[in-house]
Every structure is written in C-alpha cells, then in structure tokens.
Design a protein around this ligand. Structure first.
Ligand code: SF4
Ligand code: SF4
Ligand code: SF4
Length: 196
C-alpha cells in the first residue's frame, strides 16, 4: 500500500491513541493543526510506527551478505532510520522506516529491499526523480516544507506588503534525496515526483 494511502486509513481513534510512538522527526517537525486533513498528515510518522508494532509490515531490509558499510544509505535517510559504522553491516530501524526507498536508490551494492521484498534498484544521482510543484494550486500550507529533512522546499516571499499569493517552490535540487515524502504529505496532491 502506498504511503499516502496508509495515511488515509487513520481515524480519530488512532489520533487520540496513546500508543503512538513518536520519533525524533515527529510532532516537533510538523505543525499539528485542528484541520482534519493536516491532523492526519501530522501524525503519519506515528501511524507508521503503529504498523510496525502490529507486525513489522513496512520497512526496508539490508542484505547482510551484500552490505559493505559504505554509509551512503545512512546519509540519505530522511528520518535517521539507519544505523551502522563504517565498513560494518548497516541495519534499518523498522520502527522509523517509512519505506521511502531513498536508501536503496544510492546503495552501490543494491543490498536493500523494500517492504514488499523487492530489490530497490540503484539510480544515478542525475536520474533521481525530483518534486514538481503546481504552484498555481498551492495553498502555502507549508506541509512539504516542514517534512523535507533536506531544506529543499521554501515558500516564495511576498512580492509586496499584503501579498497572499505565495506558494511552495523546490529550491534545492542538490540536496534532494528523492524520498518523495513531500509528494506524499501534500494535502492538495499537487506535488509530483518526475524524473528524466
Ligand atoms: S526506506 Fe527511507 S525511511 Fe526507510 S531506511 Fe531507507 S531511506 Fe530510511
Ligand atoms: S505544495 Fe502542497 S504541501 Fe506544499 S505548501 Fe503547497 S499545498 Fe501545502
Ligand atoms: S523528495 Fe521532497 S521531501 Fe524528499 S528530499 Fe526531495 S524535496 Fe525533500
């Protein structure tokens, strides 16, 4: 199931549940509001943890025979879900992993499989998909800005005093790891990951 579909399975029950296991990038990283849509999104990380606790369904797995401990996966993971020392086997923290696949895109040994057990193919840096934002439809809610761990998206500055036609802009392609969390989190569904 796609990440955004998982978000939509959340009910108010879960929102109020004390079983949420918030990680470092939850809560403080995303602004919670009273709006139903945003509230669902704001707790998406926590929900992911609940899924793990219920059976570890969603996670990336590193093949211990192939991993050379180069640390590239650890460096790109947007939620710090990978641990490991240089030249030693790396492991995925299944309670944090969002199955975004960014780790697999950079692994030189193609040692990482996704939550369905499919090998994640390495992708050349210049061929990684990047977010394309429909700025005309953007409400400037800032959810994409808040969720990006690499500061790739910014809200455009107002052009004059009182200008309310501001919108999200993808401004830093160099640090984007193609995790697609911005695409998943946008409540208006106006971000599309596009590649070469
Ligand atoms: S799939 Fe994404 S969230 Fe999970 S370990 Fe890899 S980079 Fe981190
Ligand atoms: S692109 Fe979507 S998530 Fe980002 S500010 Fe606009 S409406 Fe919000
Ligand atoms: S895909 Fe989106 S959230 Fe992920 S690093 Fe790039 S801009 Fe940030």
């Amino acid at each position: 199931m796609h990440y955004s579909q998982r978000i939509l399975t959340v009910s108010n029950d879960l929102y109020n549940s004390s079983s949420f296991n918030r990680g470092k990038n939850t809560g403080s990283h995303i602004r919670a509001t009273n709006c139903a849509t945003c509230r669902i999104v704001a707790f998406s990380y926590s929900i992911n943890s609940v899924y793990h606790e219920e059976g570890g369904k969603y996670m990336a797995i590193i093949d211990k025979e192939k991993c050379i401990g180069c640390q590239l996966c650890k460096r790109v993971c947007p939620v710090e879900a990978i641990d490991g020392e240089l030249k030693k086997l790396h492991r995925v923290n299944t309670k944090r992993c969002l199955d975004c696949k960014a780790c697999g895109f950079v692994c030189p040994k193609e040692a990482i499989t996704d939550n369905n057990g499919n090998l994640i193919k390495r992708i050349k840096k210049e061929e990684l998909k990047k977010p394309v934002i429909n700025s005309d439809a953007c409400s400037a809610c800032q959810m994409c800005v808040d969720i990006c761990s690499y500061d790739c998206i910014q809200i455009s500055p107002p052009l004059y005093k009182g200008d309310i036609h501001v919108f999200a802009q993808f401004t830093n392609a160099k640090t984007c790891v193609s995790c697609s969390l911005c695409e998943d989190v946008c409540p208006l569904n106006i971000i599309k990951m596009e590649g070469v």
